[in-house]
Design a protein around this ligand. Structure first.
Ligand code: GLP
Length: 270
């Protein structure tokens, strides 16, 4: 089972992630970070940027691979995940942009119809992750329907990086980033597969708010099922799920998760 940590707020979750990753970078200066977009990781990135500055940690060799990208948006589009990752992670942390990769980078707005090129991008991305030695720590958010990256319900739990069709619910959820205009939200994406994500050595999933409670219940205490792609984390030997009270509200074994975390030996880390 994954480790479940119930925190007071996003800042506390962010501090736990940041300490873990800062220690990793100190031990391994060319660490490979798996990066995610969405609002859930923002406090974690802020906390990490704070520690990097305070402790003067050299991040010039840190490498990064993002989870996913919309299909058909040029890299310069402010809502492309390329632009978002650069705005929320690369710049605040002071990473070298040349070391940070997003799945759609080679496509730069190529349309879905550009079949050969679009289809080749996924396997090439997985090969690049492997050539980098694999991802050390992958940060994850979760969609209200249990998606991770853009692996919507029904995604193969063994999938590699590939093109997917976005669920209507995800498009509606994300329309707020496109001026509320659903027509502007791309219909397709390119995302690391569940199989790709499971290859990362440590997974840290963050979820906050009552809107995530059902997805967290399915993920942690439901069966492993493509119906809730995040439930694949149950198969990972080192997965940490950090949630606030609202996101944890439907968990049946909350007391045990709290007890286990409170009694954890300090040497174990997360
Ligand atoms: C998008 C991203 C996911 C993210 C999800 C939840 O669909 N592709 O990686 O986890 O949104 O976003 P938020 O953290 O804003 O709730």
């Amino acid at each position: 089972m994954a480790e479940i940590i119930i925190v007071e707020d996003e800042a506390q979750a962010g501090a736990i992630y940041a300490r873990c990753v800062a220690d990793l970078i100190t031990a391994k200066p060319d660490a490979v970070l798996g990066l995610a977009t969405g609002s859930s990781p923002l406090a974690a990135y802020r906390a990490l940027a704070g520690i990097v500055k305070e402790e003067d940690i050299d991040v010039s060799h840190v490498r990064g691979f993002a989870l996913d990208e919309y299909l058909g948006l040029p890299l310069t589009h402010p809502e492309s995940y390329h632009a978002t990752i650069h705005r929320t992670v690369v710049e605040p942390l002071g990473l070298d942009p040349a070391n940070v990769h997003v799945p759609g980078d080679v496509l730069d707005g190529a349309p879905l119809a550009d079949g050969e090129r679009v289809a080749a991008a996924g396997p090439a991305y997985d090969a690049a992750i492997e050539a980098a030695g694999g991802i050390d720590v992958q940060i994850l958010g979760i969609g209200a329907d249990g998606h991770v990256g853009f692996n919507e319900p029904g995604s193969s739990l063994a999938s590699g990086t590939r093109v997917k069709t976005l669920a209507e619910r995800t498009r509606v959820d994300n329309a707020r980033f496109f001026g509320g205009d659903l027509d502007q939200v791309p219909t397709h994406c390119i995302t690391q597969g569940i199989g790709t994500i499971l290859k990362a050595r440590h997974l840290i999933l963050l979820a906050f708010g009552a809107g995530k409670a059902e997805a967290i219940e399915e993920t942690v205490e439901g069966g492993v099922s493509a119906f809730c792609p995040a439930s694949a984390l149950q198969l990972h030997p080192h997965a940490t799920i950090i949630v606030d009270e609202a996101a944890a509200s439907r968990l049946r074994h909350k007391d045990y998760y709290r007890y286990a975390y409170a009694h954890k030996p300090a040497w174990q880390g997360i």
